[in-house]
Design a protein around this ligand. Structure first.
Ligand code: MN
Length: 138
Protein backbone atom coordinates (compact mmCIF):
# COMPACT_ATOMS: atom_id res chain seq x y z
CA UNK A 1 0.00 0.00 0.00
CA UNK A 2 2.49 2.62 -1.15
CA UNK A 3 1.17 6.05 -1.98
CA UNK A 4 -2.21 4.74 -3.04
CA UNK A 5 -3.94 7.49 -1.11
CA UNK A 6 -3.07 10.01 -3.81
CA UNK A 7 -4.78 7.94 -6.50
CA UNK A 8 -7.94 7.85 -4.41
CA UNK A 9 -7.75 11.42 -3.27
CA UNK A 10 -11.09 13.13 -3.70
CA UNK A 11 -10.79 16.75 -4.71
CA UNK A 12 -12.96 19.23 -2.89
CA UNK A 13 -14.49 21.93 -5.08
CA UNK A 14 -16.25 25.06 -3.94
CA UNK A 15 -19.00 26.06 -6.34
CA UNK A 16 -20.04 29.70 -5.97
CA UNK A 17 -23.29 30.40 -7.81
CA UNK A 18 -26.23 32.55 -6.77
CA UNK A 19 -28.74 30.92 -9.12
CA UNK A 20 -30.16 28.00 -7.14
CA UNK A 21 -31.10 25.75 -10.05
CA UNK A 22 -27.74 26.30 -11.80
CA UNK A 23 -25.98 25.64 -8.51
CA UNK A 24 -27.90 22.43 -7.77
CA UNK A 25 -27.54 21.08 -11.30
CA UNK A 26 -23.81 21.74 -11.64
CA UNK A 27 -23.16 20.52 -8.11
CA UNK A 28 -24.93 17.22 -8.82
CA UNK A 29 -23.03 16.73 -12.05
CA UNK A 30 -19.68 17.31 -10.32
CA UNK A 31 -20.56 14.92 -7.47
CA UNK A 32 -21.44 12.30 -10.08
CA UNK A 33 -17.93 12.78 -11.56
CA UNK A 34 -16.41 11.97 -8.16
CA UNK A 35 -15.78 15.39 -6.66
CA UNK A 36 -16.68 16.51 -3.18
CA UNK A 37 -18.64 19.73 -3.67
CA UNK A 38 -19.36 22.52 -1.22
CA UNK A 39 -21.47 25.45 -2.36
CA UNK A 40 -21.87 29.14 -1.67
CA UNK A 41 -24.53 31.51 -3.01
CA UNK A 42 -22.67 34.81 -2.58
CA UNK A 43 -19.19 36.31 -2.43
CA UNK A 44 -19.07 36.82 1.35
CA UNK A 45 -19.84 33.15 2.11
CA UNK A 46 -17.43 32.09 -0.62
CA UNK A 47 -14.54 33.96 1.02
CA UNK A 48 -15.43 32.57 4.45
CA UNK A 49 -15.69 28.98 3.17
CA UNK A 50 -12.41 29.29 1.25
CA UNK A 51 -10.62 30.42 4.41
CA UNK A 52 -12.21 27.74 6.59
CA UNK A 53 -12.54 24.72 4.30
CA UNK A 54 -9.54 25.32 1.98
CA UNK A 55 -11.08 23.74 -1.14
CA UNK A 56 -8.74 22.35 -3.82
CA UNK A 57 -10.33 24.57 -6.46
CA UNK A 58 -13.06 27.22 -6.72
CA UNK A 59 -15.66 27.56 -9.48
CA UNK A 60 -16.66 31.21 -9.27
CA UNK A 61 -19.74 32.70 -10.86
CA UNK A 62 -18.63 36.27 -11.52
CA UNK A 63 -22.05 37.87 -11.33
CA UNK A 64 -23.02 37.62 -7.65
CA UNK A 65 -24.99 39.83 -5.27
CA UNK A 66 -22.86 41.82 -2.79
CA UNK A 67 -19.18 41.01 -3.27
CA UNK A 68 -19.06 39.87 -6.90
CA UNK A 69 -16.83 37.17 -8.32
CA UNK A 70 -14.11 39.56 -9.47
CA UNK A 71 -13.78 41.17 -6.03
CA UNK A 72 -14.02 37.82 -4.20
CA UNK A 73 -11.23 36.49 -6.44
CA UNK A 74 -9.05 39.55 -5.78
CA UNK A 75 -9.53 39.04 -2.02
CA UNK A 76 -8.69 35.31 -2.22
CA UNK A 77 -5.64 35.98 -4.37
CA UNK A 78 -4.33 38.78 -2.14
CA UNK A 79 -3.98 36.48 0.90
CA UNK A 80 -1.01 34.10 1.10
CA UNK A 81 -3.28 31.63 2.93
CA UNK A 82 -5.56 31.20 -0.07
CA UNK A 83 -3.72 32.58 -3.11
CA UNK A 84 -2.59 29.13 -4.34
CA UNK A 85 -6.18 27.86 -4.67
CA UNK A 86 -7.08 27.88 -8.37
CA UNK A 87 -10.18 29.88 -9.31
CA UNK A 88 -12.16 29.17 -12.47
CA UNK A 89 -14.42 32.02 -13.56
CA UNK A 90 -17.92 31.07 -14.71
CA UNK A 91 -19.63 33.75 -16.73
CA UNK A 92 -22.42 34.15 -19.22
CA UNK A 93 -20.31 36.68 -21.10
CA UNK A 94 -17.96 35.33 -23.74
CA UNK A 95 -16.40 38.65 -24.65
CA UNK A 96 -12.61 38.94 -24.72
CA UNK A 97 -12.75 41.81 -22.24
CA UNK A 98 -14.59 39.61 -19.69
CA UNK A 99 -11.96 36.94 -20.05
CA UNK A 100 -9.15 39.47 -19.65
CA UNK A 101 -10.88 41.04 -16.65
CA UNK A 102 -11.27 37.62 -15.00
CA UNK A 103 -7.60 36.76 -15.48
CA UNK A 104 -6.60 40.26 -14.30
CA UNK A 105 -8.56 39.62 -11.08
CA UNK A 106 -6.46 36.48 -10.57
CA UNK A 107 -8.64 33.75 -12.07
CA UNK A 108 -6.73 30.71 -13.36
CA UNK A 109 -9.40 29.49 -15.76
CA UNK A 110 -12.47 30.79 -17.55
CA UNK A 111 -15.62 28.98 -18.67
CA UNK A 112 -18.69 30.45 -20.29
CA UNK A 113 -22.29 29.52 -19.52
CA UNK A 114 -24.05 27.37 -20.45
CA UNK A 115 -21.28 25.19 -19.04
CA UNK A 116 -19.87 22.53 -21.36
CA UNK A 117 -19.16 19.76 -18.88
CA UNK A 118 -16.28 18.11 -20.77
CA UNK A 119 -14.53 21.44 -21.21
CA UNK A 120 -15.03 22.36 -17.55
CA UNK A 121 -13.73 18.96 -16.36
CA UNK A 122 -10.63 19.34 -18.56
CA UNK A 123 -9.98 22.78 -17.06
CA UNK A 124 -10.44 21.45 -13.51
CA UNK A 125 -8.19 18.45 -14.13
CA UNK A 126 -5.48 20.63 -15.68
CA UNK A 127 -5.44 23.07 -12.77
CA UNK A 128 -5.51 20.33 -10.11
CA UNK A 129 -2.67 18.47 -11.85
CA UNK A 130 -0.61 21.65 -12.04
CA UNK A 131 -1.27 22.34 -8.36
CA UNK A 132 -0.15 18.84 -7.35
CA UNK A 133 2.78 18.78 -9.75
CA UNK A 134 6.49 19.08 -8.87
CA UNK A 135 6.47 22.74 -9.92
CA UNK A 136 3.43 23.61 -7.85
CA UNK A 137 5.37 26.21 -5.89
CA UNK A 138 7.02 27.77 -8.93
MN1 MN B 1 -24.90 34.87 -10.96
Amino acid sequence: MNDVSDAFMISKLLLVEDNESNRDMLSRRLVRRGFEVVTAADGESAIRIIREAKPDLVLMDMSLPGINGWDATRIIKSSSETSAIPVVALTAHAMTSDREEAFAAGCNGFETKPIEMDKLLATIDGLLARKRGPNADA
